[in-house]
Design a binder for this molecule. Structure first.
Ligand code: NAP
Length: 249
């Protein structure tokens, strides 16, 4: 497929590398122009772009920037996409920390619905619910024992299927988390969020969960506000997963 990726950090960069390795045409951009992404694009066998060109002739556009940066991406990035192109949102909203309050996006609202309204296009939410280390290092071949699950949500079933297939190609079992309106169930500190669960484990945790959109936001604020205390100052991947499994229920 022809895939454009805005943001080549921990998440977008890893997706770009993995999908370039699966023979997709990968075009990448950040906020600093084509020259700033050339070295990375060359390294993964992709193509450098700037924001003016990133949407030209792509079938999928993956948006992988902090939510606080979305307002500075030119709207033309979205309006110049072809009508059938799929927009994928990997983002998570941290209003009290990195992203400071975004106008129109309240605490406990469905983040990708806000994004979809803001850009005026449907959105599929994916790649937001595993930690960067898991995405980069813990993928497995389809059918391998202990393969981790990645949640995907969205309204158009055909688009969701395509994104679920990309998730599979990146090394994870795609788990259908429902419509975009239901995607609060995969927002930060929802049940199973960034817990490194297999698909069976994830399904079981979600079935038992009594969370609501409001309680997910409360849990995000609680866990992020007490991160050092809850991890005991040990920020290793294993320990963060242990904390997530305790609180994201
Ligand atoms: N890290 C994780 O474990 C993790 C896990 C799941 C989901 N996420 C979510 O995924 C998204 C990306 O996270 P990340 O960890 O990959 O972030 P990151 O490592 O900080 O990378 C962000 C990327 O976005 C680019 N960017 C920033 N502002 C931009 C703009 N206005 N226009 C174009 N590009 C811009 C940055 O490049 P320049 O600033 O150089 O332009 C950089 O390439 C976030 O919403 C995050 O919450 C993160």
């Amino acid at each position: 497929m022809k895939i454009g990726i805005v943001g080549i950090g921990a998440i977008g960069g890893t997706i770009a590398r993995k999908l370039a390795g699966k023979d997709h045409y990968i075009k990448v951009a950040n906020s600093r122009g084509k020259d700033a992404v050339k070295e990375f694009a060359d390294e993964i066998g992709g193509y450098p772009s700037d924001l003016n060109e990133i949407s030209d002739d792509v079938e999928v556009l993956i948006l992988s920037v902090p939510y606080g940066a979305i307002g500075s991406i030119p709207k033309s990035v979205f309006s110049s996409l072809s009508a059938n192109a799929i927009v994928v949102d990997t983002g998570n909203y941290y209003p009290e920390m990195r992203d400071s309050g975004i106008e129109g996006l309240g605490n406990g609202e469905v983040e990708s619905l806000w994004l979809s309204n803001y850009i005026g296009r449907p959105v599929i939410k994916a790649f937001n619910n595993l930690l960067a280390h898991s995405l980069a290092e813990l993928g497995k071949e389809n059918g391998d024992e202990g393969r981790l699950a990645m949640q995907v949500a969205g309204d158009d079933e055909e688009s969701k299927k395509i994104v679920m297939d990309l998730v599979d190609q990146c090394g994870f079992d795609p788990y259908d988390s429902g419509s975009l309106a239901e995607s609060w169930k995969m927002q930060p500190n929802s049940a199973g969020y960034c817990c490194d669960y297999t698909i069976e484990e994830l399904k079981s945790i979600k079935e038992k969960s009594a969370q609501t959109p409001e309680s997910v936001a409360e849990n995000r604020n609680k866990v992020m506000g007490n991160f050092a205390e809850f991890t005991g100052g040990d920020f290793s991947h294993e320990n963060v997963i242990k904390m997530n499994r305790k609180y994201n229920i």
